[in-house]
Ligand binder design. Structure first.
Ligand SMILES: Cc1ncc(COP(=O)(O)O)c(C=O)c1O
Length: 458
């Protein structure tokens, strides 16, 4: 660790003693002291006291402009009044029934109006719906294998816990990546049915179909890979995947857990003008509550309708969450909201780019919809292998330096990205950029010193 980075981490420790103490106590009962492995980072994570609008406070009372927004689940921002009101009203009428209540149809209608699907089933998390979307593709095609992209994250279940963040000594040929199970305890047999391809590489997909004729049920992709920061598909790539899948009798599942609400009014389907076979939605569709959904054509969903495929869940469509979801679609994720957010994101990306250039940083900023990221890499990444070479120390320096100046620029880890909420303002973006301008000269010096001693080679 170099001195300037160390200095920022020491400053963080001085500013956040209550978080350190809370974490030290939590590790006794909660592995890693956190409820999701992603939430831990050294020396300890910030513990949050409250959030309103675009801001949160930690336990020490420090205020942050929040671009973590629960890993992109809060495009509504904290405590959005329309969502709070819908939930408060609904709380008076009962919170759980495990019986239908009519809001299923209301929300399904909202979803089918925005995305190119005819029928919808609901769940509570992105992981749940990607898991069921794989089952749906298998049930609809009668086939077993699935293709996923190297570096793609679709939740915590076994079938896609393969090649999420494989290491250089294990990932093999970039054209034909070696599938690498990403956690101890993942059933080898389950992941044997998972094939891995590089993103933005159609010939590699053709080769997998040729090597496994009649066996591949479908592919699951994130249209913009947002678990390697921010990686755009090449022009025509998603359409190309669709054509290859259909030529071979397979289906394309588009995991829109991140993009569905945040990229555009109609998600990545609208943004890239594509019609995948199955879509998965989660995160920001719930306005801060745990809501997820998967949808497809009537023909594909027929396997559930005719009870060939089983899908169930005690908490599915619990009324409080559904009230939040309906309010989010109708009152938060409006066409006007996307205009507001697109403007703020353009200002942020352009502002970052100007500061990068002024300081001679080897980096770039990219973004679309409500999301974007700063990448310490000399050119636009196209796949996981590019992202793998991002300079993590300089990124860590950037993250702590921003936090110490009151900007939570994105969740911790350089595979994440910022989110802008409907409650962020132009003043929030100005402040964010002002802080980045303060921090950038030290990052540039660090990069120059590190490249002089060969500490990092991108
Ligand atoms: C693209 C994508 N799919 C699925 C998931 C899993 O969602 P959840 O954490 O709600 O289970 C995530 C979570 O970050 C995600 O980014």
């Amino acid at each position: 660790m170099y001195t300037a980075l160390q200095h920022e981490i020491e400053t963080y420790e001085k500013r956040t003693p209550k978080s350190r103490e809370a974490h030290q106590r939590a590790v006794y009962r909660v592995p890693l002291g956190v409820a999701s492995n992603y939430r831990y980072y050294p020396p300890y994570p910030l513990f949050v006291r409250d959030g309103h609008g675009s801001r949160i406070h930690d336990l020490d009372g420090n205020e942050y402009i929040d671009h973590n927004l629960c890993y992109g689940a809060l495009m509504a921002g904290h405590c959005h009044p329309a969502v709070m009101q819908a939930v408060a009203e609904r709380l008076q009428l009962g919170t759980l029934f495990g019986m239908p209540h009519g809001m299923e149809l209301e929300l399904a209608d909202e979803i089918c109006a925005r995305y190119p699907v005819d029928m919808v089933r609901f769940g509570n998390s992105g992981s749940e719906v990607t898991m069921h979307s794989l089952r749906l593709a298998r049930a609809a095609t009668g086939r077993s294998k699935i293709i996923k992209m190297e570096g793609g994250y679709h939740g915590g279940h076994d079938a896609i816990s393969v090649s999420v963040k494989p290491k250089g000594n294990e990932f093999g040929d970039p054209e034909n990546p070696t599938p690498v199970v990403s956690s101890a305890g993942v059933l080898k047999g389950t992941s044997d049915a998972t094939l891995v391809a590089p993103f933005n590489n159609l010939p590699a997909i053709e080769r997998l179909f040729a090597a496994h004729p009649g066996e591949i049920a479908g592919m699951i992709i994130e249209p913009i890979m947002m678990n390697i920061a921010f990686c755009m598909p090449d022009e025509g790539y998603i359409q190309g995947l669709l054509e290859i899948a259909h030529k071979h009798g397979a289906l394309l599942i588009m995991d829109e857990v991140k993009t569905g609400a945040k990229l555009a009014w109609g998600g990545a389907c609208e943004y890239f003008n594509v019609k995948p076979d199955i879509i998965c939605l989660g995160k920001s569709i719930g306005g801060g509550f745990s809501l997820a959904a998967f949808g497809a054509s009537r023909e594909i969903m027929d396997v559930i309708h005719t009870q060939k495929m089983f899908h169930a869940g005690t908490y599915n469509t619990n009324p409080v969450v559904m009230a939040a979801g309906i309010a989010t679609f109708r009152k938060v994720l409006t066409r006007d909201a996307y205009t507001h957010i697109d403007g703020l994101n353009r200002k942020l990306v352009d502002g970052y780019q100007a500061i990068i250039e002024k300081n001679g940083l080897v980096a770039y900023a990219d973004g679309a919809g409500a999301n974007g990221a700063l990448l310490f890499y000399p050119r636009r990444i196209r796949n996981y292998r590019d992202w793998y070479h991002v300079d993590e120390d300089v990124w860590t320096h950037y993250w702590f330096a921003m936090v110490n100046r009151g900007v939570l620029a994105q969740p911790y880890w350089w595979d994440e990205q910022w989110t802008i909420s409907v409650q962020h303002t132009a003043q929030d973006i100005d402040r964010h950029l002002q802080v980045f301008a303060e921090v950038a000269p030290a990052l540039a010096i660090a990069q120059q010193e590190r490249s002089a001693v060969g500490a990092h080679s991108a």
